[in-house]
Design a protein around this ligand. Structure first.
Ligand code: ACO
Length: 325
């Protein structure tokens, strides 16, 4: 008896940018990118594919699967770090796009953990109001937040959106079993994105290099593996479960080497882990809900399945969520 996912959806921009295409943009190679990251392609948004527009399409799919109308939604959360405007929020743009007129809407800025933080908020909201229907979206247009001359970062990321509608069911087995979310602002310099410079010349930050992702890749790698391992251990301990009880792990799709290391540390077989990073790259807050929707539409999620999510991203933010589907 508790919060469950009633429907899922996703939207990927139509333009595919391959590693071979990237060879024309920066000094890199398909072979380097595949072996270091596992990524083969990523999607890039074009006209009509702003963050809120792809978010709204993912949301419409999720609503339709859930059999819930936009007007039924009481809370709308978007995890994003790449909305086309800082204000209003991406969530308010999605609200007007889909007509969720009875909702209150806001963004969660937690980088790659944005969707899982959103699920946590949704769960607490629904526990307080069992009639509530909550729409949680992860949506990114990271192609507009990259330095396309920096081969260390521009090869890693992609655009996309995924969504889930959550509500309460009376079935005792089905619910969010536990969450374990953390953040640590002390390590922000290892992965960050600048804001636009002020237009007041007296207040310009002299060293602001522009609005794009800056990253210490090797350090991020080490922290990502350790943090996700700890988050999973924590949620398993708190719920009295073991890794052998997990039917499916849907991790944030950062890169294949991080995920392989994580599987090794958690001792979970690859058949139980959903991987799609090769097709879409790292879509930050969108990566888990896109993978969730693909898994759901492939028929791999039936009531009673135990599903584990874990994420890590800029902030640093990280966490794990365990649910019985
Ligand atoms: N193509 C070719 N060569 C490259 C490229 C590229 N795209 N990028 C870097 N190199 C070069 C470097 O310049 C360096 O050359 P040098 O030895 O002559 O100096 C060499 O490759 C090795 O560079 P490293 O940065 O040490 O390579 P590393 O093996 O660490 O791989 C990578 C880099 C893939 C970024 C890795 O550190 C990583 O996966 N880090 C995690 C980052 C991540 O996933 N961030 C996403 C956000 S956080 C999250 O979602 C979890």
């Amino acid at each position: 008896m508790g919060t469950v996912v009633l429907g899922t959806g996703s939207c990927l921009p139509s333009r595919v940018l391959s590693n071979v295409d990237l060879e024309q943009i920066v000094d890199t190679s398909d072979e380097w990118i595949r072996t270091r990251t596992g990524i083969e392609n990523r999607r890039i948004g074009g006209p009509g594919e702003k963050t809120y527009q792809i978010a709204a399409r993912a949301a419409s799919e999720a609503l339709s699967m859930a059999g819930v109308t936009a007007a039924d939604i009481s809370l709308l959360i978007v995890g994003t770090i790449s909305s086309h405007m800082l204000m209003p929020s991406c969530a308010c743009f999605v609200q007007q796009e889909i007509g969720a007129d009875n909702a209150f809407a806001y963004d969660v800025n937690a980088a790659c953990s944005g969707f899982l933080y959103g699920l946590d908020i949704a769960d607490k909201h629904i526990r307080a109001d069992r009639q509530a229907k909550v729409l949680v979206i992860g949506a990114e247009a990271l192609s507009s937040r990259l330095n396309w001359q920096d081969r260390n970062t521009c090869i890693l990321f992609g655009d996309g959106a995924g969504a889930a509608v959550l509500g309460h069911v009376e079935d005792e087995r089905r619910r969010i079993l536990g969450t374990n979310h953390r953040s640590d602002g002390r390590l922000w310099q290892l992965l960050y994105m600048h804001q636009s410079p002020s237009t007041n010349p007296d207040l310009l930050v002299p060293d602001n290099p522009g609005v794009h992702i800056i990253m210490e890749g090797r350090e991020v790698f080490k922290h990502a593996v350790k943090a996700m391992e700890d988050a999973v251990d924590g949620v398993l301990r708190a719920t009295g479960m073991s890794i052998w009880d997990i039917d499916l792990l849907i991790p944030h799709q950062a890169n294949i080497r991080i995920l392989k290391k994580l599987m090794e540390r958690l001792d979970i077989p690859e058949e139980k882990v959903i991987l799609n990073v090769m097709h879409y790259g790292n879509t930050s807050a969108a990566s888990i809900p896109i993978a969730l929707d693909e898994t759901n539409r492939a028929g791999l999620l039936q009531p009673g399945k135990t599903v584990l999510f874990c994420s890590f991203g800029g902030g640093f933010t990280w966490g794990a969520t365990l649910l019985r589907w």
